[in-house]
Structure formats: C-alpha cells, structure tokens
Design a protein around this ligand. Structure first.
Ligand code: HEM
Length: 232
C-alpha cells in the first residue's frame, strides 16, 4: 500500500509545466525509510494493514505467565439471564411484581379516585362586572357605599341588627363596615361574607385570609367604630 502511494506521488506531481499560466509548486519528495514491504514480498492488493497487532504481544511475559485463557469459549462464558415469560402474560392484567419484576399495568396509586374538592369554602365565580377591578372602580367613583351621613359610635347591640343580606354590617379591628355593597364582589362568595354579618368578624377574617387588607378594601364602606355597650 505504501509503495503504491509513493509511486502515485512520484508520477503525478513532478515539476511545474513550463509556459503554464498557473505556477504549480514543486513537491520535493523525500524518500521514506525502507520498510518491510520494500522487499517485494508484499503485493499491491495486500489487505492486512488495518488489522492491529495482537495485544498483549503473542510472545509477551503476560501471556507466558497467565494460566487463565484470554479468550473464553461459548461454554465457558456466563449464561444470559432467562427470558421473561411474555407468552404467559395476559394484556391488561397486572403480573405479580414480586415474581416478574416488571409490569405494564397501571400503578395502584393512580387507580384510586382523587377526593372531590370541598364545596364548603373557596373561590367562587364572580358575575361579570364584579371583579376586584370593578370593586376598585366603584370605590373610587364617589358613590355612597356607607349608607350613613356621619361616622357612628356603634355598640354590639346595634351591630347585631344589621345582619341581613341587604343590610349587613361587620366589624374588623374595631371599625364597623357596611359590607352589603361588597357582597357580589367578594371572591370567597356571599355566603362566607354573611357569616360575619351583624358581628365582629376579625377572627374569622384573619383565619381565612390574613394577607387581605380589609381597611383598604372597605375604606369607602366605613360606618363607624365599635364601642362598649352603654350601661343603662
Ligand atoms: C368583609 C371582609 C372581607 C373582605 C374585604 C374579603 C376579601 C377577600 C379577598 C380580596 C379575597 C381574595 C383573596 C385572594 O385571592 O388571595 C377573598 C377570598 C376569600 N374570602 Fe374573603 N373577604 C372578607 C371576609 C371574608 C369572610 C368573613 C370569610 C369567611 C370565611 C371569607 C372567605 C373567603 C374565602 C373562602 C376566599 C377564597 C380564598 C381562596 O380560595 O383564594 N372572606 N376575600
């Protein structure tokens, strides 16, 4: 192979042709060191060049010392694992995972129905035009949302009377608000809001959504301040 390449180089690239418009650089051939196939014993159709030499070398000390054979016969090799009994498997039926090791059946955790969400409390679908943004617009519209002319001093007995859907007051942190206009805008629904109608709702409010700023939400609905019951 190497001799063939050398002869090809020698014949193909020699000198630039005189008078040629393009000057082809001259390739100075350096004779390679003589190799084994120079003696003419190797033929041009030789196929062995790509086969690597044996490793460790056939005459190496490792081969001499070792009593174990480097290449195992088929009978000396470890047998392959047994094939799964696919033919005996019924499609759709879980095979015993302790004996088979695998299964295509649905995992048992997903066969149990998820619990239905509780409808007791939670976010409700607000009617069109009753979004938090609509509430903000209503608050700043200047419309009277208090229902009173001046701020009042309100004892619990008076607060108690305002406990209906169309006349609902509630107190939070000592301030009394008319929550009636907010009913349709409450993301938690009217029913939950009515639970605090006519009484102090501070505790229930805080346990439901302490992050909501009630004073900001209902500032336009302030009707007065909760006071102690007057002694008669
Ligand atoms: C008048 C005072 C109240 C105001 C201004 C108010 C305001 C709000 C606001 C702004 C939200 C939305 C919160 C959010 O998306 O993070 C909300 C949700 C809610 N509110 Fe109220 N709320 C009031 C009273 C109450 C009361 C007394 C209850 C009774 C339990 C209640 C129950 C709920 C519930 C269940 C939600 C839905 C929580 C959720 O799943 O996100 N709210 N409320």
């Amino acid at each position: 192979m190497a001799s063939y390449l050398r002869s090809w180089f020698a014949s193909g690239i020699s000198e630039a042709e005189p008078g040629s418009p393009v000057s082809i650089p001259t390739l100075n051939l350096v004779s390679p060191p003589p190799s084994d196939d120079e003696d003419g014993s190797a033929t041009e159709t030789e196929q062995d060049d790509d086969i690597p030499p044996a490793f460790p070398s056939l005459q190496s000390a490792q081969r001499m010392k070792s009593s174990n054979p480097l290449f195992l016969t088929d009978s000396q090799k470890m047998p392959p694992p047994p094939l799964p009994h696919l033919a005996q498997r019924t499609p759709g039926v879980a095979s015993n995972p302790t004996t088979s090791g695998s299964s295509l059946a649905v995992p048992p955790t997903t066969t149990k129905r998820p619990p239905k969400p509780s409808k007791k409390s939670g976010k409700v679908a607000l009617a069109p035009g009753r979004s938090p943004l609509d509430w903000a617009s209503l608050k700043s519209s200047g419309q009277d949302l208090r229902g009173v002319d001046t701020l009042l001093r309100i004892p619990p007995s008076v607060l108690k009377k305002h406990n209906k859907r169309d006349d609902a007051w509630s107190s939070f942190h000592g301030k009394v608000y008319n929550i009636t206009p907010y009913m349709e805008y409450h993301p938690g629904g009217e029913r939950d809001l009515l639970r605090v109608a006519g009484r102090d709702g501070t505790k229930l409010f805080a346990s439901t959504h302490a992050w909501v700023n009630v004073d900001f939400m209902l500032d336009a609905c302030l009707v007065g301040f909760l006071v102690a019951e007057p002694s008669s």
